[in-house]
Design a protein around this ligand. Structure first.
Ligand code: ADP
Length: 252
């Protein structure tokens, strides 16, 4: 009987702990939801006044009575408004990931990657960057979210290799067990391995990109989308020689 009694106590203790973990998890989920709603609302509300700032600043630029010095100052205002706009857009994207339902659908990967690379190449005026496309396996997943993941990864690959002589971006995929693993690699400035664990943190940017525009939100979005799909994301990189980002998603 004493063995049975001990068994009962242990089981009761395990159940208690499991319950505590479940409650903590619920609290964490609620906190995430609150944070998403907060970021969503605030980014949304900031948009309207920001649009006025930009519109009126641009109107002032057309005003003949503004002298050269004034023009320079107003141009700074427009530039600042544009940067804020980008940041707001990215935070809205991040908040949306948490708030949207995942809709699984068949995605034609070669087609979607083609669309994205065309957009990215034109946004970064990357005419000199070489694009190598390997085999791209089709995927069953949320089209909008997956497009966002690849837009961010390919955008980074192009942006952070634009300073080398012959930028080269390669996108490939392969199947391993029950996963499809996609890789986006570049021969750009690379990432210092000391900061490996911090690269996916919100707003974190490395020291070697200080004079390149960016917000530090893109990879946080990638991580969140991939995690919502129960997938994995990681990278390999060498400072001054390039980076390779991987995402592994269930082959449904
Ligand atoms: P952003 O590019 O807007 O700064 P991200 O969240 O997309 O923000 O990336 C975070 C940081 O990770 C970047 O600021 C940069 O330091 C580093 N990084 C991301 N992708 C690359 C890449 N392909 N090559 C070099 N550094 C990168």
């Amino acid at each position: 009987t004493s063995v049975l009694r001990i068994r009962e106590i242990v089981i009761a203790e395990i159940n208690k702990k499991a319950n505590e973990i479940r409650l903590l998890n619920e609290k964490l989920q609620a906190a995430y939801e609150e944070l998403d709603t907060f970021s969503y609302t605030i980014s949304h509300d900031l948009r309207t006044p920001l649009t006025s700032i930009k519109t009126y600043a641009e109107l002032l630029l057309k005003n003949k009575s503004v002298d050269g010095n004034g023009v320079k100052m107003i141009e700074r205002i427009v530039l600042g408004a544009d940067k804020m706009n980008l940041l707001i857009r990215e935070i809205l994207h991040l908040a949306r990931v948490g708030r949207s339902e995942i809709v699984f659908e068949s995605i034609d990967m070669p087609e979607i990657i083609k669309e994205i690379t065309t957009e990215v190449w034109s946004a970064f005026k990357a005419d000199n960057a070489e694009l190598i496309l390997g085999q791209l396996y089709d995927l069953k997943s949320d089209r909008t979210m997956i497009a966002q993941v690849f837009t961010n990864l390919i955008g980074n690959a192009v942006k952070y290799s634009s300073m080398v002589d012959n930028p080269r971006i390669e996108i490939t995929s392969h199947i391993e067990d029950d996963e499809i693993i996609y890789a986006v690699s570049d021969n750009g400035i690379g990432i210092d391995n000391r900061y490996y664990d911090r690269v996916f943190e919100l707003f974190k940017r490395m020291d070697n990109v200080k004079n390149i525009d960016g917000t530090g939100v893109g990879l946080a979005i990638v991580k969140r989308i991939v995690e919502r799909h129960d997938g994995r994301v990681w990278f390999e990189s060498k400072l001054n020689s390039g980076s390779k980002f991987y995402i592994a998603l269930k082959n449904r």
